[in-house]
Design a protein around this ligand. Sequence first.
Ligand code: PMP
Length: 400
Amino acid sequence: MTTDIFARCRSYTDARAARSAGLYPYFTRFEGSDATIAQTPMGEVVMCGSNNYLGLTSDPRVRAAAHSAIEEYGSSRTGSRLLNGNVSLHEELERDLADFLGMPAALVFPTGYQANLGAIASLVSRNDVVIIDREAHASVYDACGMSPAKVWRFAHNDMEDLERRLASCPPDANRLVVVDGVYSMAGDLCPLPETVQLCRKYGARLLVDDAHGLGVLADGRGTSAHFGMTEQIDLITITFSKSLASVGGAVLGPEEVIDYLRHHARSLIFSAAAPPASLAAARAALGILRDEPWLCRQALENASYVHRELAALGYDPLPSEAPIVCVPFESAVPAMFAWRSLMERGVYVNAVLPPAASPRLRASFTATHTPEQLKRAVAAFAEIRELTPPEWALEDFAAQ
Ligand code: PMP
């Protein structure tokens, strides 16, 4: 008996229920070019929900670099790097990234998501085993889905579980372990020294997705540098869509691997190159990061101020070593209600709901947030502390 594949779209109720309750936290329209203030249909908000950790999206030097790339190259190369899409900006940025992070070589992808797809899916095959931290980013999961390798998950940051899985790999299987340097849903770090040690012991290669470590830890050089272990990491993936104020991503690793990926990574070969303006913006942001490492420290300080204040208000923010402050909620409706209540008080944070992660509000902070903006965010959290969602909203959702 066949049925219409569109049927699932009709029975999908979560978003509709949230919309009809006025609690829908997604696809808000944000206008304006400032890194820390935005205009929304609900009024002006302090932006505490972007990954613009250094605030460089509105830096005049970054904007000027993007403008001049448009003048030089036009709006897009409209093609893959393999064929007509490659520009010298790609290669300059690759040299700068490898240099800054202390890795032998780099390969720039159109997005960080595609960097993970390319790095993981092109390197492993049928008889290999990929072992990933349960809380690794969705792009790591999707990369595994694209490969015929066996995929095993280990409990978050649990080194005993990782060792159990490494030890139970078939003896002839190649092993790849994939972790995030900084876990974005709480801001906690991967225990890199122990992870490296286990990879060595069991002959596994290690890939660290450092999307949230770049520009933040070790004066911007990321999680591997934070632990003083860059030379012992096989592969690092990064994105330009956070500290580097742009869009794009890269894989860093040994020359021979990078050259292999250049010719085998389907997410690179079969997708158009990032626009030159994005490459130029990322390169300018990287230059600023190199010259002004105080920005990283300021982002961390801003977040730890809010972390401290929220704890003093009686919230229970998750432990974090990044400019990320997450407040967990028991279920989705109170989290969405708190999200909306903050919006009404001029503060935007991310509402994170299952299946992405257990319900929480995720706030992220920027080096250029002013003390007044941070105080405004804390004051809004203070005001909503005792608010609870109306009974009808809870009942409405329970009925779904
Ligand atoms: N890895 C991690 C850990 C991320 O948080 C993200 C972005 N949310 C990505 C990869 C993908 O990066 P991009 O936005 O460049 O596609």
